[in-house]
Design a protein around this ligand. Sequence first.
Ligand code: 3HC
Length: 719
Amino acid sequence: MAPPPPPPAAALTWELADGIAVVTFDLAGEPVNKISRAVKQDVLATFEALERDAAVQAVAFFSGKPENFIAGADIEEFVALTSAAEAERLSADGQDLLERVARFPKPVAVGIHGACLGGGLEFALACRYRVASDHPKTQLGLPEVQLGILPGASGCQRLPRLIGARAALDIILAGKVEPARKAFRLGIVDELVHPAILKDVTLAAARRMAGGWRPKRKRRGGLGGWLLDGNPLGRRLVFRAARKQVLEQTGGHYPAPLAALDAVEYGLKHGFQAGLKREAQLFGQLAVTDVSRKLVQIFFATTALKKDFGMANPAPPPPAPVDVRRLGVVGAGFMGSGIAGTAVAQAGVDVRMKDADLPRVAKGLAAAREILDDRLKRRRITRFEHARLVALLSGGDGYAGFGRAELVIEAVFEDLTVKQQVLKEVEGATRDTAVFASNTSTIPIARIAEAANRPERVIGMHFFSPVARMPLLEVIPSERTAPGVIGTAVAFGRRMGKTAIVVKDSPGFWINRILTPYMNEAGHLLSAGVAIDDIDHLMVGFGFPVGPITLLDEVGMDVAEKVAGVMYEAFGERFTPSPAFAGMVKAGRLGRKAGKGFYTYVRGKKGGVDQAVYELIGVQPNGGPRPAEIIQRLVLVMLNEAARAVGEGVVRTPRDGDIGAIFGFGFPPFRGGPLRHADDLGAARIAGELERLAERYGARFAPCEVLQEQARANRKFYP
Ligand code: 3HC
């Protein structure tokens, strides 16, 4: 039997203004509005009251939250679902509610300011008229597939009918969230206005509709759009192309986009009501999958990280964290310019770059500017904003302008002496309160800080390449770094749009620590006769975005070799670099940036395996071990090192370790990260397999103490 409905949430209030009911949704005690069962009851009760009240001629609907409209259905609610049938009912209830909103006898206009996502957008789509504020906070989208589910409150039916199948699939299948301006261009919202007049314009629309006016919508996309969307043959082509793309992108690991495609297609073929039914069924099936559970865990872990500034005490002893307004960047190479451009684009800070000579500075500034140009091209910023941001970038061959910087990040050559020299120069050129961050990937921060007058203000900020695109930042305090300085680095990294994890000052930090054994193992497999592309295909099959050999080409063999050397020095035997890689750097095969690596590159485009590499390795491919064993060797060697590093406190929590691996190098999100994956496999099983591998291939596989202890005590990383 279905449980009785919860009491209404008392989230909606309304008042009458001149025949228009002005409804405000403001969920008490919550930072965002979300649609729970209790809220649904409240919406229902409110709309019933509005229908009954003869004085109400039309409705204007707003959020009472200053920064968001509606964040969607309450995700916590479907985490608690235990059966597909229960989940299907939840979806069908949401659809019913929105059907009532859509058929409401009085016109409803919504004024949208802030995030309007998932069920929030589905609600807006059920209303007759949508006005959005032209503000960066106003973002509209259907991110459900990112949580392993699909828009299950009629979004798969309403959006394609409003903007055409092609444009709707583009949003639904990728779980996209679009800025208000783009949503307006696509026809998702009817009017785009300055936030100051959002309320007035929405009220005016409600009033006009009350007077009998019906908004007219013209189908966007012109003749091309009609040919593809407007007739069955064109539509079939659209769906075929979309299905192919989804399969390519998900490798079959993520069921939600395919199910969403099915829900949209079915609805367009068999009608709205049949589509709703299908949508709810598929929602039910998806909501209880392991993939969805893992993706939801990642959502909550990332959300929790947003509030974690890496300091045990929220009010640390002085120095307090500072708000960075002016950033100095030393080193105008690839990393330095990436950091500079991203800082301007995301955080809007003033950036001063410095390098040894002016031509290098000019090149770095141009590269930083490209990040802004790209945003303009993708219409993420206006011409006006672009001009304003470009003006924030400047540079020189001296430290002029560094005196006012609150934070300086160095991205110079990876060499201790060079970095210490830069540190001394920066200390001489900045105020005593400035923070010095090193973008080193391997050198201990404590060693760099040995040269400092103010070691408590020295920290590591390890960005990944290319900075503008890679979402992770490792923040590395040394033992002497002040807690407030950690807060400054984490907060600034976050303003740059990065997910920041605070990790221990230990060789390779977290990412290179667990990635290096995996890369080395790929080398051992090459030496054993496994083909380059076989290794890559198998790991892509496991769920990585690219395989380890392609990753080496992307990172650059010179960089990888350097990291491998440092790790070997620090940890010895089990990190012995693979002999297969030994000749690569000498032969100039540095990877993509050199135009040759394990693969061929023609005008920047990756081609096939460069067969000449096998001669360099000294082995021709002969198949090597079984595919299952190849995967096992690569994965378990990483899990073993990850467990060991957790034991040493390299990451503060398993959550940080998993989020780091997912955002740092694309550990398959549907597996939840290396530590969740280890929990799923079970420590006893992993330890047993590792022992078997150690017998056959050597001590590098010997299970670490953490896994053995977990196996003995039947424990896990997560409770
Ligand atoms: N359900 C439950 N809790 C939610 C939520 C949701 N849909 N959206 C946000 N929250 C919670 C967060 O967990 C966080 O909780 P906490 O304070 O207890 O840690 C709090 O709200 C604030 O969130 P953020 O820290 O993320 O706040 P921001 O201002 O940085 O971001 C946001 C706001 C852009 C709305 C972001 O929270 C977000 O992207 N939310 C998820 C959006 C989403 O995926 N919606 C789809 C839901 S599924 C759905 O609608 C199914 C339907 O089709 C049937």
